[in-house]
Write a protein that binds this ligand. Structure first.
Ligand code: NAD
Length: 512
């Protein structure tokens, strides 16, 4: 959405929030703010529903995901219109980032979860393998809370839910109050797919509902949102002693090497900075370009930006800023950069031709690390380009950040790109593409430093919704415990001799 306005408390006794489109400023509906009592009742329902779901074979759970995929294909126009209405993003971005990405996730987990979650027999090392067998069983946690942000209102609500459900949990989703209708639609899709009642519930509301959910007896919180709220969620989870994953903000760097294909790199910078109107957690927020190619690169970027069409209806490339507070942050960062000597090559203001919350695609040069635009997440259609002497300086500056979510390196030499990627302090890095790791189901996704804790997606993400229970089986059916007592000095001496034999020589260390 865009504008969130409190309404009178309704007959239900709950607060209500009215929403308006950020692109047209027209009202688009209102939501209830669910209370702590509502949250508690939802957790009860979820706990009951999870009992049967948790013991259902993964292949059976997968059938519901395939059914949800069929509903998604059928109802894609509903999803597109809901997402575009409440965010003002271009239809193509809603199609690629939200509908396609969710279809891919449903299909991937339906096909692969059984393999990822199957009981593992693990070989043991040394002498212990003569005595014990180990198997690891992936057991669901119970009820998982998904708290989601507004910038990818459908995909970021439903993708964690798919994984938590496939792992055998019930899910309670608290979508962002800024774009709640996509989350509600996720609920409709699962219901239409026949998911048993209570397994996936959506509770609308704001921070109050989110805070109540963290404390309502859920078994894990998977949170996507700002660093500030992430800290509060972490504290709350620490108090309950429950695990959480925190997928937080970023300030991603792009490094442009001197051997780069300039056309591709310029196109990548434009997509990285302006996709989702820059409101993309892994959006390109800072570019470091090596001096020898800086002028040519910048010229190509500005040329491409001039071709971007900003709009509301029909075909356009860059949409609205999803809510007014974000627009204020963007304006503040650009004003600060301007005051400190940055040059604005294009944009640098609200779009005067459009009534909603539109900020023109903006390119800045002559920026440095004293500026807010380089230090903090701007989350808008703004691309600051900084000239550096060489790749070493680029790496140093890229790492000079409180954040560490994503990043990218551009070079014709993939091996060099991978080496640079390994020196970047970020959760993921792409070589010769904008950061798009979240869209690759097999890739574990998560931030470092202030950008988060834990990972979602793929094997690590799916198993993160489980408790990995080791079951250790004695090969001699318990016979060894009969010889445990009494303790004797002779047995201790025997163990010490054995240790010497096992680890006292390189042959012993190699054998055992
Ligand atoms: P936000 O932190 O304001 O809100 C996120 C969610 O938390 C909302 O549903 C909100 O109602 C809820 N919330 C607010 N207070 C809460 C509390 N005390 N306890 C529990 N829940 C509470 O974030 P936002 O503005 O909606 O999202 C934008 C931010 O999200 C950006 O910083 C962006 O980078 C980040 N983000 C990160 C990722 C990632 O994967 N790392 C993905 C998308 C967005």
């Amino acid at each position: 959405m865009a504008i969130v306005t409190p309404l009178e408390i309704g007959s239900s006794g709950r607060r209500r929030l009215a929403l308006a489109s950020p692109a047209t400023l027209e009202p688009i509906g209102d939501i209830e703010v669910h209370t702590a009592a509502d949250v508690s009742a939802a957790v009860d329902r979820a706990q009951k529903a999870q009992v049967d779901w948790g013991v259902l074979p993964v292949s059976e759970r997968a059938r519901f995901m395939v059914a949800a995929l069929e509903v998604l294909l059928e109802r894609q126009e509903d999803i597109l219109s809901t997402v575009t209405l409440e965010t003002g993003k271009p239809r193509t971005e809603a199609l690629q980032m939200e509908v396609f990405a969710v279809g891919d996730a449903l299909n991937y987990y339906a096909n692969n979860a059984e393999q990822i979650l199957k009981t593992e027999k693990r070989k043991l090392h040394g002498l212990i393998r003569l005595m014990k067998r180990l198997r690891i069983v992936y057991r669901p946690l119970g009820v998982v809370a998904v708290i989601s942000p507004w910038n990818g209102p459908f995909v970021l609500a439903i993708n964690p839910a798919i994984q938590a459900l496939m792992a055998g949990n019930a899910v309670i989703l608290k979508p962002s109050e800024v774009a709640p209708f996509s989350g509600l639609l996720a609920g409709e899709i699962f219901a239409q797919a026949g998911l048993p009642e209570g397994l996936f519930q959506v509770l609308t509301g704001d921070g109050e509902t989110g805070a109540a959910l963290c404390k309502a007896g859920v078994d894990k919180v998977t949170f996507t949102g700002s660093v500030e709220t992430g800290r509060k969620v972490a504290v709350s989870c620490a108090e309950q002693l429950i695990p959480c994953t925190l997928e937080l903000g970023g300030n991603d760097a792009m490094i442009v090497c001197d051997d780069v294909n300039l056309d591709y790199a310029a196109a990548g910078a434009v997509a990285g900075a302006f996709m989702n109107t820059g409101q993309y957690c892994c959006g390109t927020e800072r570019v470091y370009v090596v001096d020898s190619v800086a002028d040519a690169f910048t010229e190509k970027v500005v040329g491409r930006v001039a071709e971007l069409r900003q709009g509301v209806r029909g075909e356009f490339d860059v949409g609205a800023i999803f809510w007014p507070r974000q627009l204020e942050i963007i304006e503040e960062h650009v004003a600060d950069a301007r005051e400190r000597g940055a040059k604005i090559l294009t944009g640098g203001r609200r779009n005067p031709d459009l009534d909603g919350f539109f900020y023109e695609p903006t390119v800045l040069t002559d920026v440095d690390h004293s500026m807010k635009i380089m230090q903090h997440e701007t989350f808008g259609p703004v691309l600051p380009i900084m000239r550096v002497a060489n790749e070493e300086e680029a790496i140093e500056l890229a790492n000079d950040s409180a954040y560490g979510l994503g990043g990218c390196v551009w070079t014709r030499d993939n091996r060099k790109g991978i080496k640079i990627a390994q020196r970047m302090e970020s959760g993921s890095v792409c070589v010769n593409d904008m950061t798009m790791t979240y869209g690759i189901q097999e890739a574990p996704f998560g931030g470092r430093k202030a950008s988060g804790i834990g990972q979602v997606n793929g094997e690590a993400g799916l198993r993160g919704y489980c408790h990995a229970e080791p079951i250790v089986v004695d090969r001699r059916r318990g016979k060894m415990s009969a010889s445990r007592y009494p303790y004797r000095a002779k047995s201790d001496a025997g163990l010490q001799k054995l240790m010497k034999l096992l680890w006292g020589t390189s042959l012993g260390r190699w054998l055992f």
